[in-house]
Design a protein around this ligand. Structure first.
Ligand code: FAD
Length: 390
């Protein structure tokens, strides 16, 4: 394999994992990122140690994610491509986290999907959809009764007479992972241009803005991973608003991911360290980055309270709002042409699917574009007409 020089525009979760994969295979990697630092203070650590939380300093969606790696419990709505990438990535995350070391907060406890008795129809509908969509691995989604719910989560047993257990699912702290990836990439010799605004990404070339004017950097390959920041060159991108709340709840003791099926307010509860729980998330067709609305707060909090009354005494330590980068079909896509890969549209699954996508990007570059991916719908080979229409 020949060593290639690779330029990467944008260092969200996919940019960092692509850089890690390529650097580990020996390529020379340069990252251009508009944020001033590669690893702002971890919100998780600040919140756990009772320090005040910063106002968001980055527009990167990857800092706002709940970090759930949950292909099975997303399988009611996610496309087969997302499910396949998600299952492959679950295994890959174990290795990545091992390499990154103990500063990444990572748990493999699985998910419990629950519903209140009056919402039984929603629960059954969800289970039927999941079973239909993941037929060959349906045994990894196990219906359990109240006694088993109590064994797994003693504080939830009295409230839920049944649940679905997705035992293979995992989750991690997004901000710790972003920080650990930054440290790892720097230690491995990746060149990192921070506070650098990329103006255009073209085959073999990344154009950046400098005080002296535009500057061109040339590479054997460039990878555009700017998320929503790529919208000028990918006008079919859109942002989908997501709101999430961070609670400190000493009266709650839950150790697994919880998803509540509900006719109107479906929520998830993500346990983090020191009695912290993330309650999320809304999905609203809006590109407004303004603070969380009263309505969203009420819905998230009342649903969480209905799962466990201990949330009534919780403190709200942080609320976060960000825009998920999405394409019209809500699926990820890698646009390919010689010298350029544009990886985008990770929507609500960036953590779930990025490790497998990063491997595919590496294989495509290694084969100089002559690679048949097993994920047929992932790559889109851009024609000359499409390219010139942009
Ligand atoms: C509330 C919420 C909860 C979520 N929970 C989950 C979850 O549990 N699991 C999951 O898998 N996904 C989750 N997601 C989705 C996930 O966060 C996204 O899919 C993912 O972060 C997208 O990553 P990205 O790297 O494509 O984009 P981004 O994270 O947005 O990264 C793009 C990077 O490019 C940089 N950039 C942009 N423009 C420029 C420019 N011109 N020059 C230089 N740099 C530039 C940005 O600063 C940024 O660092 C959640 C999202 C939200 C909002």
């Amino acid at each position: 394999m020949s060593i290639q020089s690779i330029g990467i525009a944008g260092a969200g979760i996919i940019g960092r994992l692509v850089a890690l994969e390529l650097r580990q295979q020996g390529h020379q990697v340069t990252i251009f990122e508009q944020d001033s630092i590669g690893s702002p203070p971890s919100r998780c650590e600040l919140a756990a140690s009772n320090q005040s939380m910063p106002i968001a300093t980055s527009s990167a969606c990857s800092y706002s994610a709940a970090g759930m790696l949950t292909p099975y419990s997303e399988a009611d709505t996610a496309e087969p491509l997302v499910f396949q990438l998600g299952v492959a990535s679950l295994g890959l995350w174990h290795h990545i986290v091992e390499q990154l070391g103990r500063e990444v907060w990572y748990r493999k406890g699985g998910t419990l999907v629950v519903a209140h008795s009056q919402d039984r129809a929603d629960f059954d509908h969800f289970y039927n959809l999941v079973r239909a969509n993941i037929a060959s691995t349906a045994e990894l989604v196990t219906p359990i009764k109240q006694a088993e719910v109590t064994d797994l989560e003693p504080e939830l047993g009295p409230r839920f007479s049944q649940a679905l257990h997705m035992q293979k699912e995992a989750w991690l702290c997004a901000c710790c992972t972003m920080a650990a990836l930054f440290q790892r990439l720097i230690a491995q010799g990746v060149s990192w241009y921070s506070s650098t605004s990329v103006v255009e990404v073209n085959p073999y070339q990344i154009m950046i803005q400098t005080p002296a004017g535009l500057q061109s950097h040339c590479f054997d390959w460039v990878v555009d991973t700017r998320g929503l920041g790529a919208i000028k060159q990918q006008p079919n991108l859109r942002g989908v608003r997501g709101e999430i709340l961070w609670l400190r709840a000493p009266e709650v003791n839950i150790n697994r991911l919880i998803r509540l099926m509900h006719p109107r307010y479906r929520i998830y509860i993500v346990p983090r360290r020191e009695n912290l729980y993330l309650i999320g998330a809304t999905q609203i067709e809006s590109e407004d980055r303004g603070p969380i609305s009263v309505r969203s707060s009420l819905e998230l909090l009342s649903a969480a309270y209905s799962v466990h009354p201990g949330f009534g005494e919780a403190q709200i330590v942080y609320s976060d709002v960000n825009l998920r980068p999405a394409l019209p079909n809500n699926q990820p896509q890698v646009i390919y042409k010689p010298g350029l890969l544009r990886v985008n549209g990770l929507f609500r699954h960036g953590y779930l699917i990025s490790p497998a996508i990063a491997q595919e990007v590496f294989k495509m570059i290694g084969a100089q574009g002559d690679y048949q991916s097993p994920y047929q719908d992932l790559f889109h080979h851009q024609s000359l007409e499409e390219a010139s229409a942009q």
